[in-house]
Design a protein around this ligand. Structure first.
Ligand code: PLP
Length: 411
């Protein structure tokens, strides 16, 4: 007898990434850490495989008093958090429009709340064809249809033509469209949309009839591991220049930036052209949050508020993060360099936790690599390597091992 309803969702027996990771852990127990490369994990670990936690953040956490973590937080987040998270997301940039903030449980909550409030059941939501799997899960859960455009063209750049064609075609059949762009340091490829490409995206929206609405979610989960804090935010002024029928929403996650993955903290921040739209954003996201997770965890909100209230502490957190960010960038570069040397084609990589190798049958290659103690995540369009999860030394070894396996399997 089956009780649960599928309601259009695909319900797997077990989560794919966690099951690969469990097999990696089992093999480590059997043959030892040195013989296994677990490149599946989406969290930054040190060279020995231990989760990196910023000590400056840990200290703030340890100092919290019951009144700072035990009460319910307001649904949209405590006011100090709402102010601090704008600074965290925008850096020195000050948006010109009307901003409103809604606290979310991680960046995931922002994705869910955006789809739920700015699209209707049955409508299409547009994402890149290399995409983070939960976009699909969330769209199915909410009864939306996920459509993809080709992310990277033959020249290795953002495929503006495919983007334009999909936006135009979808909006010929529906009045509004949610578009999700995960940048900078996109998961799973490490690509970052350039300022010039952002200008072209703006131009595509400018070509739309004025009565068609676009809600543009910038999923910036990896922004603080993408490079220099100021440079990676260079595209933000373009969001302010978007036409009036576009509502940009910044999807922010504290998971990576503050190494608080399990604390479930994030925010969605609108950059509205009018007070009316900002006010509507505030009201709908509040209702939607209440209906799904009620309010969010108070402790991480307090931690972020405290960090931004104390410039010395903020500097310490930034310094500490910069060391790990540089380590991550070195790992990514090492992988990229070795891949180039041996002619292993990868999706153009800029920065971040992941690198991807396009191939027709990533499942077969991943299975074969597991026999050699290499655990990676097969996706529809290729194989994902988490450089966040392996040492620089292992990141250097991997391209040759992957290429040899692909050659063996005729990929
Ligand atoms: N968006 C992308 C593309 C991600 O990879 C992640 C985390 O893995 C998130 C958003 C948000 O994660 P969280 O809900 O843990 O903050």
């Amino acid at each position: 007898m089956i009780f649960a309803r599928e309601n259009g969702r695909v319900i797997p027996r077990e989560d794919k990434i966690f099951s690969i990771s469990n097999r990696a852990k089992a093999m480590i127990k059997e043959v030892g850490k040195d013989k296994v490369i677990n490149g599946t994990i989406g969290a930054l670990v040190d060279d020995d495989g231990n989760l990196i936690v910023l000590d400056s953040v840990r200290k703030v956490f340890a100092s919290l008093q019951p009144g700072e973590y035990a009460p319910y937080a307001p649904i949209r987040g405590i006011p100090e958090f709402r102010e601090a998270v704008k600074k965290a997301a925008f850096g020195s940039y000050e948006p010109k429009g009307f901003t409103e903030v809604c606290a979310t449980p991680g960046g995931t909550g922002g994705v869910r709340n955006t789809m739920a409030n700015f699209s209707s059941p049955g409508e299409k939501v547009l994402v890149a064809d290399w995409f983070w799997a939960p976009y699909k899960t969330i769209s199915q859960e909410l009864g939306r249809e996920l459509r993809t455009f080709r992310f990277i063209n033959e020249e290795g750049a953002f495929d503006i033509e495919s983007f334009r064609a999909n936006v135009t075609e979808i909006l010929a059949g529906q009045d509004g469209l949610v578009v999700i762009l995960n940048t900078p340091a996109h998961n799973p490829t490490g690509y970052s949309i350039t300022v010039e490409e952002w200008q072209k995206i703006k131009a595509v929206f400018g070509e739309l009839p004025a009565d068609k609405k676009v809600t543009l979610l910038i999923d910036a989960a990896y922004i603080d591991f993408a490079g220099d804090e100021e440079e990676v935010r260079n595209f933000l002024p373009i969001l302010d220049e978007m036409p009036g029928n576009v509502l940009p929403i910044m999807g922010y996650s504290a998971s990576k930036t503050f190494t608080m993955y399990g604390m479930r903290c994030g925010a969605m921040i609108c950059l509205a052209k009018t007070e009316e739209v900002a006010d509507e954003f505030r009201r709908v996201t509040e209702v939607s949050s209440r209906a799904s997770w009620s309010n969010c965890n108070l402790a991480p909100q307090t931690i972020i508020a405290k960090i931004f209230a104390d410039p010395e502490l903020k500097a310490k957190v930034d310094e500490e993060r910069a060391v790990y960010r540089d380590m991550l960038l070195r790992r990514g570069r090492a992988f990229e360099e070795e891949a180039a040397k041996i002619g292993l084609g990868i999706v153009p990589f800029d920065a971040g936790f992941f690198v991807s190798i396009p191939m027709p049958n990533a499942d077969a290659v991943a299975q074969e690599l597991e026999k050699e103690g290499i655990f990676l995540v097969p996706l529809a369009k290729g194989l994902r390597v988490s450089v966040a999860a392996v040492s620089e030394e292992k990141a250097r070894i991997l391209p040759a091992r992957i290429k040899a396996c692909m050659d063996r399997l005729g990929q």
